[in-house]
Ligand binder design. Structure first.
Ligand code: SF4
Length: 348
């Protein structure tokens, strides 16, 4: 859920300000508040108001175009009200933020955790306080974010780090990535999700370039060469491959899961959804090692199915993208609710 559009956290690299998201106004200073979101959510989650009640599943309270705990939440309390509704209807939640205002809601989060499950994730571009104060001017320092994660861990809540995005030439060096994973490990986090930065021409590029000009002017030409300036804001493919390679080595060294461990949310997954998640994770593990993978297409085919996979045990090969190997993996999941191949790749 994006409860707000626009974000006064004003991170220099935020792609929420890119034109493609249609956020009106000045991104870092003006925020649209979805004042009726809690009422809409209550209607959506209430099984008496739906012909087909919503299936169980984690609700992600995050915000690609606005942090759900940015300062304006202190006044409007949309996130807090959303959590109360989620608790009332028994859904699990995954919170993703950079703000310590989440501590205000620790009691309701603990109640949801006891009832269904809560995951609290914070995003970071590094754990370096000095760099963060340049690129993430409106949020607590990484050291303070880590302290909050430690607090949630102390209360028995699953916590993760989204090390995303690492900033090219500034926080993407192997030693910086290792510093972040080391801290994640020290605090006892349950996973680290990793990714490089995208940079789209237009408002995102203009804003980011202004920050670079002020603090790292020598890097301007490096960025011009690194990015392809396609519509998705991608850097050159080799760059992401080498970043993933470095991340994989370090994460394995610290035995840090690179995806959210399935055991943490398996209880809300139907057989079909479990197969999709495992195939998607296999796809991630293989591609992040620079290998090809047939699993994404198969995952997509399964995700489109209306009938339970269990009723199709003898005709799995009719699904697009499912060959003999994928068929074996799916049958193993239907039999045991896990995949030995997935366990092998997850552990590296
Ligand atoms: S906190 Fe998230 S949504 Fe807000 S500016 Fe930073 S990256 Fe963008």
């Amino acid at each position: 859920m994006n409860l707000y559009r626009g974000c006064t956290h004003n991170c220099a690299y935020c792609d929420g300000r890119a034109e493609g998201y249609y956020v009106d106004g000045e991104f870092g200073t003006e925020v649209a508040v979805k004042v009726n979101a809690p009422e809409i959510l209550a209607r959506e989650l209430d099984p008496r108001k739906k012909r087909k009640p919503l299936e169980q599943g984690f609700i992600l309270v995050g915000g690609g175009v606005g942090d759900s705990y940015q300062p304006v939440e202190g006044k409007y309390e949309l996130t807090k009200r959303a959590l109360e509704t989620i608790y009332e209807h028994g859904f699990p939640v995954h919170m993703l933020t950079k703000s310590n205002l989440i501590k205000r809601d620790i009691d309701i989060l603990k109640r949801i955790n006891e009832q269904s499950k809560v995951i609290v994730s914070y995003s970071f571009s590094s754990v370096d306080d000095k760099t963060s104060s340049i690129f993430e001017p409106g949020v607590p320092l990484p050291s303070e974010r880590l302290e909050t994660l430690a607090l949630f861990k102390k209360h028995g809540i699953t916590c993760g780090m989204f090390l995303l995005p690492v900033i090219p030439f500034i926080t993407d060096a192997p030693e910086k990535i290792e510093q972040s994973i080391n801290e994640a490990s020290r605090v006892g986090l349950d996973f680290v999700i990793f990714g490089g930065m995208t940079l789209k021409s237009g408002r995102q590029k203009t804003h980011f370039t202004n920050v670079l000009k002020e603090h790292y002017p020598k890097l301007l030409s490096e960025y011009e060469n690194l990015y392809t300036w396609d519509r998705w804001g991608n850097a050159k493919a080799e760059y992401y491959s080498s970043l993933n390679h470095v991340f994989n080595i370090i994460a394995k060294k610290y035995k840090m899961p690179r995806r959210i461990p399935i055991g943490l949310f398996q209880h809300v997954l139907s057989d079909n959804d479990l197969v999709v998640v495992i195939l998607e994770q296999l796809d991630y593990f293989l591609k992040s090692e620079g290998k090809t993978s047939p699993y994404s297409y198969a995952a997509y085919s399964v995700s489109r199915l209306k009938e339970p996979l269990d009723t199709m045990r003898n005709s799995l090969r009719k699904l697009k993208g499912v060959g003999p190997t994928t068929e074996r993996i799916i049958l193993e999941i239907l039999r045991t609710r896990k995949s030995s191949y997935h366990q092998q790749l997850a552990q590296g």
